[in-house]
Design a protein around this ligand. Structure first.
Ligand SMILES: Nc1ncnc2c1ncn2[C@@H]1O[C@H](COP(=O)(O)OP(=O)(O)OP(=O)(O)O)[C@@H](O)[C@H]1O
Ligand SMILES: [Mg+2]
Length: 290
């Protein structure tokens, strides 16, 4: 009791936690039939109780169906931008619009359901492969699951397991459970986005644990499979995003360059510098680019 009592404060903190952004019950519904632009208008942001601006005067326009990439060094503000997209936080200044209306005019639930996200700090849970992908302990759509596992490049591995998709991804509660490697776990997390894909797919560093070939194949698949969906991809490895429609280079919370890969290379600015630096020690051989 004495030992446990030390953690009571933490427990109460969680139990009493009130979300700062409340649901707007009378909010608008996001029309499914007419895909909408997502627009940041002069958005600046600092985290609660902090004074430094992590995002500074960001304006951008993401068209439905477009494939957009954000690149930049550690701490530039890329993940923070994703958090604002999902309305986990509201901007400190400026407005985010979906179509004609600003975020607070919509139902919060609708905004969150507009996106499928693979977070940078993805986790696999101590449940079966199937439940790890569907994130639901009721019925899993088998066909969808098989397709999602294939698309994320992990189906062969799962097929080899004795209990296939019913294998527990932990040994904590089941001696027959398996521990996947870091890259394999990341593929399971990616399969979630393919299983339940909403209007906009967001991948925050989806290939950090993948080997070069798996990474290249993944980014190709993401581009092809999501042909009519909007894709937002954050990547440190620029070779994976060269075919994206629009690339934003973020530095210290600001957009410093934007354009297609060719445009940015032609500009010979920061993107070009980063690309050339990486290309010299991170090239995919021509014969693998089938
Ligand atoms: N919850 C938080 N509270 C306060 N500051 C934060 C919080 N999360 C991130 N930051 C700060 O915001 C800045 C931007 O972080 P962010 O995670 O958006 O960077 P990033 O571009 O995604 O970096 P990386 O490439 O390493 O993933 C960093 O300086 C970080 O310290
Ligand atoms: Mg990040």
């Amino acid at each position: 009791m004495n030992m446990h009592s030390r953690f009571i404060d933490n427990l109460l903190y969680v139990l009493n936690y009130e979300p700062e952004i409340m649901e707007n019950e009378d909010g608008l519904e996001i029309p499914e039939s007419a895909p909408q632009n997502i627009r940041f208008s002069n958005v600046s942001f600092s985290y609660p109780n902090k004074t430094n601006l992590v995002l500074k005067n960001i304006s951008l326009d993401i068209k439905p169906g477009s494939k957009v990439a954000f690149v930049g060094y550690n701490g530039a503000g890329k993940t923070t931008l994703v958090k604002l997209l999902l309305r986990l936080y509201d901007p400190t200044e400026g407005t985010i619009y979906l179509g004609e209306n600003s975020y607070p005019q919509y139902r919060l639930k609708d905004i969150r359901e507009h996106f499928s996200v693979v977070f940078q700090d993805y986790k696999c849970y101590a449940v079966s492969v199937a439940e790890n992908v569907s994130m639901d302990d009721s019925d899993t759509d088998k066909e969808c699951l098989a397709e999602a596992l294939k698309e994320s490049g992990i189906s062969e591995k799962i097929e080899m397991l004795e209990n296939k998709e019913n294998t527990m991804l932990s040994r904590e509660f089941d001696d027959n459970g398996v521990i996947l490697s870091g890259g394999e776990q990341q593929k399971v997390a990616i399969a979630r986005a393919f299983y339940d894909s909403h209007e906009v797919l967001i991948f925050d560093e989806p290939s950090s644990a993948l080997d070069p070939l798996a990474e290249y194949e993944l980014s190709e698949r993401i581009r092809e499979l999501s042909n009519n969906k909007t894709v937002i991809m954050i990547s440190h490895r620029l070779s994976t995003i060269t075919l994206f429609d629009e690339i934003y280079m973020i530095n210290d919370g600001m957009i410093i360059e934007k354009g297609s890969h060719n445009e940015l290379m032609g500009r010979k600015g920061k993107y070009y510098e980063m690309f050339v630096k990486q290309a010299s020690n991170y090239a995919i051989p021509e014969e693998l680019r089938a």
